[in-house]
Design a protein around this ligand. Structure first.
Ligand code: NAD
Length: 248
């Protein structure tokens, strides 16, 4: 079978665990070269080991997406190592939940900084090489919370709605230059990001989903893979909800 990302150089932010790791591994199996960006060397090393095991050239960079200089340095490193940047998956994200009446300014700022400013930093760091190549794909992690809001997630909802604004704006700006920009809006997916959600709430979530279960990281990775590949050559400015039909 032909590999759908053969020789594509792909950056996955937050690629050391959860949806990011599943995406890096899926891309590795589909023939991509991987640049894994995350916060800790140990997490990155393990992700790189598994990508290489799957047959991919892979390198890691310790990057905090909120740090502009660090992001620019890592992007230069990817160009030096691989010669081009074809795909950026803006996956790194965090939650710090509290109801409006209780949310601190620090909680608000931190989530906006990682989930929104971080996405802006990473996109800006790769856009010029993509324009020069006349080719690129930028994929942004939104959420069903970025479509419908959610109790206790003022900061997270704002960031994930914001990511959709980025996606639509960049798809207009960059489409003429051969760069497609899309967002994925997962429902509730089994990763550590759900660790702080009470079991009772997770059970209620499952019942709201017509498929009666949470998603797996691999099910989101499959959608990123499709959007990153040339099979999605006419998909631009889209927000793809991947939630088992949660909102129906
Ligand atoms: P996760 O917590 O399992 O993984 C997030 C990864 O991002 C971690 O490896 C973490 O170290 C990294 N990260 C965090 N802050 C960073 C920073 N400042 N710089 C670089 N890396 C950083 O989370 P996940 O569930 O895999 O989520 C991945 C993305 O998908 C997030 O953007 C999240 O908002 C989104 N999402 C997740 C779900 C879900 O239910 N799991 C649903 C909708 C959207």
């Amino acid at each position: 079978m032909t590999q759908r990302l053969k020789d594509k150089v792909c950056i996955v932010t937050g690629g050391a665990q959860g949806i990011g790791l599943a995406t890096a591994l899926k891309f590795a199996r589909e023939g991509a070269s991987l640049a894994v960006w995350d916060l800790t060397q140990a997490g990155i090393d393990e992700a790189i080991r598994r990508c290489r095991e799957a047959g991919a050239p892979a390198e890691g960079w310790v990057v905090d997406v909120t740090n502009r200089e660090g992001v620019d340095t890592a992007a230069r490193g990817v160009l030096e190592r691989f010669g081009r940047i074809d795909v950026l998956v803006n996956n790194a994200g965090i939650t710090q939940d509290a109801r409006l009446q209780k949310m601190s300014a620090e909680q608000f700022d931190r989530v906006i900084d990682v989930n929104l400013r971080g996405v802006f930093h990473c996109a800006q760091a790769v856009v010029n090489p993509m324009v020069e190549q006349g080719f690129g794909v930028i994929l942004n992690a939104s959420s069903v919370v970025g479509l419908y809001g959610n109790f206790g997630q003022t900061n997270y909802a704002a960031s994930k709605f914001g990511v959709i604004g980025f996606t639509k704006t960049w798809s207009r700006e960059l489409g003429p230059k051969g760069i497609r920009v899309n967002a994925v809006a997962p429902g509730f997916v089994m990763t550590h990001i759900l660790d702080t959600i009470p079991e009772k709430v997770l059970q209620e979530m499952k019942h709201r989903v017509p498929l009666h279960r949470l998603g797996t990281p691999e099910e989101i990775a499959n959608v990123y893979c499709f959007l990153a590949s040339d099979e999605a050559s006419y998909v631009n400015g889209a927000v793809l909800e991947v939630s088992g039909g949660m909102s129906v």
